[in-house]
Design a protein around this ligand. Structure first.
Ligand code: NAD
Ligand code: AKB
Length: 317
């Protein structure tokens, strides 16, 4: 036993795009030894694996999670393990098994041990019938398997809260743009890949068309939103607890390419839409986040110019 039950934090899927930033932020806030990073895979030489506290853990293994929670004195789980939209449409069975099955494992563990849970939702909960600027409350009819698993996650959040008092909270993240790790298996990955390609090759073949507009957010805003939501008093959290809309930046792929061209001499971008165009087209252009503002005071800090400057500076260091 390396901690008192309830003191420590477990992060699942910690080696993914969000985990790379969130584990660091949680360790800064709560202390290095209080945050246990976990993932189904290991990356040899990675600081989380070599230096920090890391356990190899599949979210489909309830017994193993139970053991880690008791052994490490876990009080809160940040559940990031998932299969994203593009990979999920190629393998819908795996997507359902990991996203729904993994969330059930986490919620059941939370119910048994009285844990708090953070588990992200996504703008993929919306389908083509949602308004262009998607409100918090609107019929959720996603066309992707990934989106359906995210709707299920939101419903489970509310059920476990009402039936068992499990305090599970989530945010419908927009497409996230970050520099610490590559994006993996998502439809919005072009908004990350384009920066690496611009600096390394001076050219990017973009897999969605130039007019494709989606809700996006710089990772620093997403991490701050996550910590602020988890810090909010429980009585300020309303019916959106499973998936709050948070608005960041709404831009087209063409606008992003233009913003990079203005800063990287000679950069060119060619638009060659593939199967991911269809998933992008099924999602809204932007989201209305007035409920998050009202419930826990959310506001974004990054606009397109600030995000592009920051990405290029960080990746050039
Ligand atoms: P990612 O694909 O980069 O990382 C997911 C991690 O989960 C990977 O490291 C993978 O190894 C791990 N994993 C897969 N199966 C596992 C299993 N059975 N057990 C344990 N770990 C497993 O994903 P991400 O971008 O970091 O996303 C994290 C969460 O945020 C997901 O729920 C995702 O749906 C949500 N989200 C992400 C974005 C985004 O733009 N990154 C946007 C909206 C929502
Ligand atoms: C994806 O594209 O699958 C994710 C998401 C918006 O949920 N980035």
């Amino acid at each position: 036993m390396s901690g008192t039950l309830g003191d420590s934090i477990l992060v699942t899927g910690a080696l993914g795009q969000i985990g790379m930033d969130l584990v660091e932020a949680l360790r800064d806030k709560h202390g290095k030894d209080s945050v246990i990073a976990s993932d189904v895979r290991e990356i040899s030489g990675h600081p989380f694996v070599e230096e920090g506290r890391f356990v190899r853990l599949s979210v489909l293994d309830g017994d193993a999670m139970d053991f880690v929670v008791k052994d490490e004195g876990i009080g809160t789980v940040y559940h990031l393990a998932a299969i994203l939209s593009a990979t999920g449409e190629q393998n819908p069975e795996l997507c359902e098994r990991v996203n729904v099955g993994g969330t059930i494992t986490v919620l059941e563990t939370a119910r048994r041990h009285g844990l708090r849970v953070y588990a992200p939702s996504s703008i993929a909960v919306f389908g083509p019938d949602a308004p262009t600027t998607a409100p918090q409350v609107t019929p959720l009819n996603p066309t992707t398997t990934y989106g359906k698993t995210k709707v299920t996650g939101e419903v489970m959040a509310m059920n476990y809260w009402k039936q068992y008092g499990v305090d599970k909270r989530g945010i419908r993240y927009p497409g996230l743009v970050s520099w610490k790790s590559p994006a993996g298996g998502g439809t919005t990955d072009y908004a990350v890949e384009i920066f690496h390609a611009a600096l390394n090759e001076g050219h990017y073949d973009c897999f969605v068309g130039p007019e494709t507009r989606l809700p996006m957010m710089y990772m620093d805003d997403a991490i701050r939103a996550t910590l602020e939501l988890m810090d909010a008093p429980v009585d300020s959290i309303g019916d959106a607890r499973g998936g709050y809309n948070v608005s960041g930046i709404s831009f087209t792929a063409g606008e992003l390419a233009d913003a990079i061209s203005e800063r990287v001499d000679g950069f060119t971008c060619e638009f060659k839409p593939d199967h991911r165009q269809e998933y992008a087209d099924s999602w809204p252009d932007s989201v209305d986040d007035s409920v998050a503002k009202e419930d826990w005071g959310w506001h974004a800090e990054y606009n397109l110019d600030r995000m592009v400057d920051e990405m290029l500076n960080r990746l050039s260091d």
